[in-house]
Design a protein around this ligand. Structure first.
Ligand SMILES: NC(=O)c1ccc[n+]([C@@H]2O[C@H](COP(=O)([O-])OP(=O)(O)OC[C@H]3O[C@@H](n4cnc5c(N)ncnc54)[C@H](O)[C@@H]3O)[C@@H](O)[C@H]2O)c1
Length: 401
């Protein structure tokens, strides 16, 4: 089959490499720099192997492009574009809208159009289908389906092949064709009865994580007030072999999914007149962690960090990736600067961010660990400042929640 994948980021490129082992894949992206890099066989995503990409290019099975005409004769079109929040933290479907316009204007034959971008229930039926139809130059009858993405960048044990994948079509034929496509590279497909079930399941998966992270973040504040270790307490609770799942405290949540997707669910809930109390509260607790962490550091340092050299260790939103989207490090840095500290940061994967460069891991008065990459030794972090506060719980012999 000829498969076009709209968006060549974390999701789109990952799918491209798996699908192009079996199909002819066109990776369409509006970012020309990414397109040029991909066509040279260089992956810009952790976990997507440049050697595998180069192999697909050599086999003539993968082409990156920013020319929308290259998608015209596709059998399958997969949408994998961002679905962020607007400045006032509402669902932002502008990238999906642009992708639908590209597909509508350029697809010249009937195809199966599958959405992998995370969005609120009803997006496929009430938004994507009508938009593509509105933009279509020819009256083509496409099939529409959803298959929410579950990729966890940087993860080694689960990938496109062994992670169960949900799917649902708007029609039985759309479901069948979607199954045919994914079963060519994924071992475990789970059909659900409607696109809305698949869309809601994806949002709930990430809301489950958001709420439980908020709960453990609140718990960390309670255990501190009690004068006991949250980590020891969580390890104790984890000895229960059923009905408990361990989450660990942190400076907050980051990335494209956990801080964003629950807000899509909350927006739907509120539109339906259902209060999204847990989601809103979880969001407040998680974003409030930056202030809590900085206050803990201040309390341990004589009541002020004014004029102190504070080093933030790890600004990526999670270990072993260079992704800084929605990172909690940003809130912690803002809070430290608001309290008068002189802030720099160290991250050997991110290297450059907001026009600033990664600093050396030394010479600070206070270090606050937000993310610990495997490449950074705990001993070096410990030696970076006389006072270290580790929000990850992974550095031995320093201050923790
Ligand atoms: N990153 C993850 O771990 C993850 C996991 C599951 C689901 N998702 C969801 O998948 C979707 C994509 O996320 P991502 O992390 O891959 O985003 P990303 O930012 O890494 O990549 C998106 C790519 O789309 C390109 N793009 C933007 N508008 C475009 C357009 N109109 N046409 C073509 N290309 C366009 C961008 O240049 C970028 O390269 C989102 O809805 C996200 O919530 C992400």
């Amino acid at each position: 089959m000829k498969v076009s994948i709209i968006g060549q980021g974390y999701v789109g490129l990952t799918i491209s490499v798996f699908a192009s082992a079996v199909h002819k894949v066109v990776g369409f992206d509006t970012n020309q720099t990414i397109v040029n890099q991909l066509n040279r066989g260089i992956s810009h995503i952790e976990g997507v192997d440049s050697a595998a990409l180069a192999e697909r290019i050599a086999d003539n099975n993968f082409l990156a492009t920013s020319n929308p005409k290259d998608i015209s004769d596709s059998d399958i079109v997969v949408i994998a574009v961002p679905t962020p929040l607007t400045k006032d933290r509402k669902p932002d479907l502008s990238f999906i809208e642009a992708a639908c316009q590209t597909i509508g204007e350029n697809l010249k034959k009937s195809a199966v159009i599958i959405n992998e971008s995370t969005s609120f229930p009803g997006t496929l039926r009430n938004y994507i289908k009508p938009l593509i139809e509105k933009n279509s130059v020819k009256a083509l009858s496409h099939l529409y389906a959803i298959s929410p993405e579950r990729v966890d960048p940087g993860r080694q044990d689960f990938n496109q092949k062994n992670t169960p994948r949900l799917y649902a079509g708007l029609t039985p034929e759309a479901s069948e064709r979607t199954k045919d496509f994914y079963s060519s590279f994924c071992d475990n497909l789970v059909e659900v009865s409607s696109p809305e079930v698949a869309e809601s399941a994806k949002l709930f998966e990430n809301t489950f994580r958001q709420v439980n992270i908020a709960l453990v973040n609140e718990f960390a504040q309670i255990t501190h007030a009690l004068g006991i270790s949250v980590h020891e307490t969580l390890d104790a609770a984890s000895t229960k072999p059923y009905g408990f799942m361990k989450f660990t405290p942190s400076a907050g949540v980051g990335g494209h999914c956990i801080p964003v997707d629950p807000t899509y669910l909350a927006a739907t809930a509120e539109e339906l007149g259902v209060p999204a109390t847990f989601i809103r509260h979880a969001n407040e607790v998680n974003t409030g962690m930056a202030e809590y962490v900085v206050q803990r550091v201040i309390d341990d340092n004589g009541g002020s960090i004014k004029g102190k050299k504070v080093l933030i260790v790890g600004v990526a939103y999670k270990p072993n990736v260079a992704d800084v989207r929605e990172t909690a490090a940003e809130l912690v840095i803002d809070e430290c600067r608001a309290r008068g500290a002189e802030v720099s940061w160290h991250d050997d994967l991110v290297k450059e961010w907001h026009g600033e460069k990664s600093s050396n891991l030394c010479d600070a008065e206070i270090s606050i660990v937000i993310t610990k990459h495997d490449s950074v030794a705990g001993e070096l972090i410990k030696a970076s400042a006389p006072y270290v506060f580790d929000t990850t719980g992974k550095v031995q012999g320093v201050n923790k929640f």
